[in-house]
Design a protein around this ligand. Structure first.
Ligand code: SF4
Ligand code: SF4
Length: 312
């Protein structure tokens, strides 16, 4: 389960990125996205598997050609930051996805990659654009192209031997860096553990997820009632079952980025605490957290659903 021995083609680039907490990076040529990958995305959208995430239907032309994101783009530097904190919630408490335990990664990663991009511009020249989830850029596709790992059947970027508990961010640049070697491990082989573990039966066995059945989507992105029989169990915000089941996560590194460590309050928050939050407390607790995305209404809906689930 090991990846190719990691080699950075540019020592100075490696130093710049490591200084900002990048655990591993790789470089891909900023070519248009492969036709096959574009067709897969189109089919996924046509089947409505993105649920209510209508924003994914927009900017298809940009998503399939990074030069539309940054004119003259030549390289995409894909960067991985481990997010699993050393302190975790007790398993008896309602589940909060590991990625959401610390400060909002959009802010933390963007600040770090923006500093790195400024250094790249000043030392190598050219223009840069930093992307952290919100731009129409296919992060896992580019991470795989950049040799960081492969996209597993759980639809996550898997770094062989280090797993999937990583935030991804990219620096698109008009400077050309030599592309990285592809990862030796390119698939899950015979493993199907995530598919068996998925409580919503949302994974199709070919690497695609049906958001409408995915508890992560339902508890974070979805507005309105949670569909019955979704298997929410104790999931208060997100669901990591398909990552927990993955053997590549057996030795996942913990983050050394202090902002990704949870507060004492979040570590000990009970279902009753969750149900008791009002807007003021919710805003205070989550103003710097990705959890604010579900809004108080979604948070209370999830908590009430857990209570209902366990009172059946
Ligand atoms: S996050 Fe949970 S529900 Fe969604 S695909 Fe993974 S295991 Fe299934
Ligand atoms: S659990 Fe197995 S099948 Fe699923 S992503 Fe991990 S290696 Fe692939």
């Amino acid at each position: 389960m090991s990846c190719s021995p990691y080699q950075c083609n540019d020592t100075r680039l490696d130093e710049i990125l490591r200084a900002e907490g990048v655990w591993r990076h790789g470089v891909a040529d900023a070519d248009p996205v492969d036709e096959r990958a574009v067709a897969q995305m189109d089919a996924w959208l046509s089947a409505g598997r993105h649920g209510g995430m209508e924003y994914m239907e927009r900017y298809a032309d940009v998503r399939s050609d990074p030069s539309k994101l940054l004119s003259g783009a030549k390289s995409i530097i894909s960067c991985a930051f481990p997010y699993r904190a050393s302190r975790r919630r007790d398993a008896s408490l309602p589940y909060i996805a590991l990625y959401a335990m610390g400060r909002d990664y959009h802010t933390v990663i963007r600040q770090r990659l923006t500093r790195a991009a400024m250094r790249i511009e000043s030392e190598f020249g050219g223009a840069t654009r930093v992307c952290v989830d919100t731009a129409p850029l296919r992060e896992r596709y580019w991470a795989a192209k950049a040799g960081l790992g492969f996209v597993g059947l759980n639809n996550q970027l898997i770094i062989p031997g280090a797993g999937s508990y990583f935030f991804l961010g990219e620096i698109v640049t008009t400077h050309h860096f030599a592309p990285s070697r592809q990862c030796d491990t390119t698939s899950c082989g015979e493993c199907r553990r995530c598919i068996d573990a998925c409580p919503g039966k949302a994974l199709d066995g070919h690497g695609a997820v049906d958001a409408r059945r995915c508890i992560s989507y339902l508890t974070i992105e979805h507005r309105g009632d949670i569909p019955p029989l979704s298997g929410i169990n104790n999931k208060l915000y997100g669901c990591d079952e398909c990552q927990t089941a993955c053997p590549h996560n057996a030795h996942a590194p913990s983050t050394d980025i202090p902002e990704f460590e949870p507060s004492d309050e979040l570590l000990s928050l009970t279902l009753d605490d969750a149900l008791a939050l009002d807007q003021e407390r919710f805003s205070k607790l989550f103003s710097k957290s990705a959890i604010k995305r579900t809004k108080l209404s979604g948070w209370l809906r999830n908590a009430a659903e857990i209570k209902r689930y366990h009172s059946k």
